[in-house]
Design a binder for this molecule. Structure first.
Ligand SMILES: [Zn+2]
Length: 156
């Protein structure tokens, strides 16, 4: 179960970290059982995912573990590093109240065709917009860094 207090723990990604409608495409670096310090001082053992990108770690509840299992194609958390996921915020009912929870989209993020990394949003543009823009301009989907390099190299 996810205590609502965990959703507001500043040491972990929560709905507070998202702008309205924002999606965060991230790559899983590690997943494991960790002691989580609650804001009220208590400690609890949780499954926590860390990411390659400079995002805070995410406490994984059952729903999100199932989503990653589907995207990774395996329930084995040791196989999850390297898997790309898209985080977003969904309004859910928990303990009889509506609250915002971080969820994982059932689709894979877009991959940069030059570096193989995940295409993230930048400068107020979503990852979808970056992907569409670069695919049109350079003929292939590129991450913001590779798009910059391509602009310099290809003079576009
Ligand atoms: Zn790239």
């Amino acid at each position: 179960m996810t205590h609502w207090k965990k959703l507001t723990n500043p040491n972990y990604i929560g709905s507070y970290a998202f702008n309205p409608g924002e999606e965060k495409p991230v790559t899983i670096k590690t997943v494991g059982q960790e002691e989580v310090q609650n804001p009220d001082g208590g400690k609890e053992s949780c499954i926590v995912a860390h990411f390659v990108q400079p995002e805070k770690p995410l406490i994984l509840n059952k729903t999100n573990c199932k989503s990653i299992e589907k995207l990774a194609g395996t329930p084995d958390i040791e196989q999850w590093p390297g898997v790309g996921i898209i985080l977003y915020v969904q309004r859910v009912k928990a303990f009889g109240e509506l609250t915002d929870a971080v969820r994982i989209r059932p689709v894979k993020p877009f991959i940069c065709s030059d570096c193989g990394g995940i295409i993230t949003g930048t400068n107020g543009k979503t990852h979808q917009e970056i992907k569409d823009y670069t695919a049109k301009k350079y003929g292939r989907p590129l991450c913001p860094d590779c798009a910059k390099a391509a602009a310099a190299k290809e003079g576009k």
